[in-house]
Design a protein around this ligand. Structure first.
Ligand SMILES: Cc1cc2nc3c(=O)[nH]c(=O)nc-3n(C[C@H](O)[C@H](O)[C@H](O)COP(=O)(O)O)c2cc1C
Length: 168
């Protein structure tokens, strides 16, 4: 069976994206890494941040998993800042962590988003799709979710079921 991991990039470790992420994780038994609990600094051209949590994390991911699910809230029509910082740091894998970068090739990517709007604006997935393409990853699918009264509505659960079928 495919081994997958969920990367949660929300500013709220117990927020809406976490609710969805934990629901998905329980259904498919994928571990969740909460970026908010990690020290991952912004991209640095001098790589002075190379000893933060990014390198051990990305190495663990490429060595143990086939599929990465990026779970992000929609903040100002795009991915969260925490998630974007993670993507910026993938640039380290094109330079000082090249071997790790090569291992991303052939891995799969999927995306979970959560917003207050039920419809995502056109282009939301472009950075994920293009990054996957650039890195030689396979973009599998995505699902957009929202929360109502602190819970996942049935209509969203149906979307999540479809998402899970597509990634398995
Ligand atoms: C800074 C900020 C910007 C937001 N921008 C959007 C937006 O552009 N579109 C949208 O649908 N929801 C937007 N929202 C609402 C969140 O996407 C939504 O409440 C989401 O489920 C929050 O997930 P979280 O609890 O993991 O942060 C925004 C929320 C915040 C805090």
């Amino acid at each position: 069976m495919k081994k997958g991991i969920i990367i949660l990039g929300s500013s709220n470790s117990n927020g809406n994206t976490q609710k969805v992420t934990s629901y998905v994780s329980k259904l498919i038994n994928y571990p969740v890494i909460d970026l908010k609990q990690k020290k991952i600094l912004e991209f640095d051209y001098e790589f002075n941040n190379r000893h933060d949590d990014f390198h051990p994390l990305i190495i663990t991911i490429v060595e143990n998993y086939d599929l990465i699910i990026f779970a992000t809230p929609v903040y100002w029509y795009t991915m969260s800042g925490i998630m974007k910082t993670f993507f910026d740091r993938i640039s380290d894998c094109l330079t000082i962590e090249e071997e790790t970068g090569r291992k991303l090739k052939g891995m799969e990517m999927a995306v979970i988003s959560s917003g207050s709007d039920k419809i995502l604006k056109k282009g939301f997935h472009m950075p994920f799709l293009e990054s996957a393409k650039y890195l030689g990853m396979d973009y599998v699918t995505d699902v957009h979710c929202w929360i109502e009264n602190e819970t996942i509505p049935d209509v969203v659960k149906i979307k999540i079921d479809k998402f899970i079928k597509a990634i398995m």
